[in-house]
Design a protein. Structure first.
Length: 254
């Protein structure tokens, strides 16, 4: 194609006057490289020329299918109930659910409490076994651990308090004896524990334990301990400082 013809086509195309046959010629010229795309102002004609317009028959078929599709949708359509209808229903469902959970909890609660009680009992028994086992160890540190285990017990059994009294009276280590006396203090309302503490006064050889027992008797206002405390005053092995403290405790009790 001559350059003059190409220029005329470009001008005609840019002015929007090119017909379909001329647009086709321009497309061929672009493919051959005779026309650059930057020479054309608008590509809409080229794009539209590539897209064939649908035939009348195709249009009729399309609208027929669209109508049928709308009919099918109408068959299966439904309307959502208004909030005035939905809210009471949701409220009723919520009440039923809450009531169900509440009843379930009430029915399960006794069994749960029973399980917790049994578990606590098992833990206490395990601590008790450990304590009694550790009290038999040769190491004073291990025996101290045994005595301190009673601090984690909600309520020590008579077996435990008896073991503590024996430790208070018989253990070779003064620190272990003092720890046993401290561990017995929460159970002084038990008559057997009190009687055991009073008897322990005459058994003790350690001045520290003697003073601790005298102070405890005074704090408890345990008058039954006076005779045992007076015996210590007659013991020549008891230091003067300790006798002074014991006298002070006796004065409180008398």
């Amino acid at each position: 194609m001559e350059k003059q013809e190409v220029k005329k086509l470009i001008v005609k195309y840019n002015e929007g006057l090119a017909d379909a046959s001329e647009v086709a010629v321009i497309e061929k010229a672009i493919e051959r490289g005779e026309i650059e795309l930057n020479q054309l102002n608008d590509f809409n004609q080229l794009i539209n020329s590539e897209t064939p317009s649908p035939s009348l028959e195709l249009s009729n078929r399309f609208y027929t299918m669209l109508a049928e599709e709308k009919k099918e949708k109408r068959k299966f359509s439904f309307t959502l109930p208004s909030l005035d209808v939905l809210l009471p229903r949701f409220a009723l469902m919520a009440c039923v659910l809450v009531a169900g959970f509440g009843l379930g909890y009430l029915f399960q609660k006794p069994s749960q409490l029973q399980s917790i009680t049994e578990l606590n009992k098992q833990v206490s028994e395990l601590k008790e076994m450990m304590m009694l086992s550790l009290l038999e160890k040769e190491s004073p540190t291990e025996r101290l651990k045994a005595v301190n285990l009673t601090n984690d017990m909600d309520q020590a059994s008579q077996k435990v308090t008896a073991a503590l009294l024996q430790t208070l009276n018989m253990d070779e280590n003064v620190n272990v004896r003092l720890a046993a006396l401290e561990a017995l203090k929460p159970y002084v309302q038990d008559s057997k524990v009190r009687e055991g503490l009073i008897r322990s006064i005459g058994i003790q050889q350690s001045p520290l334990v003697q003073m601790s027992l005298a102070e405890l008797m005074a704090a408890l206002h345990e008058k039954k301990s006076v005779n045992e405390l007076k015996k210590l005053l007659k013991d020549s092995n008891v230091p003067k400082e300790v006798k002074k403290k014991i006298n002070e405790s006796i004065d409180v009790l008398i």
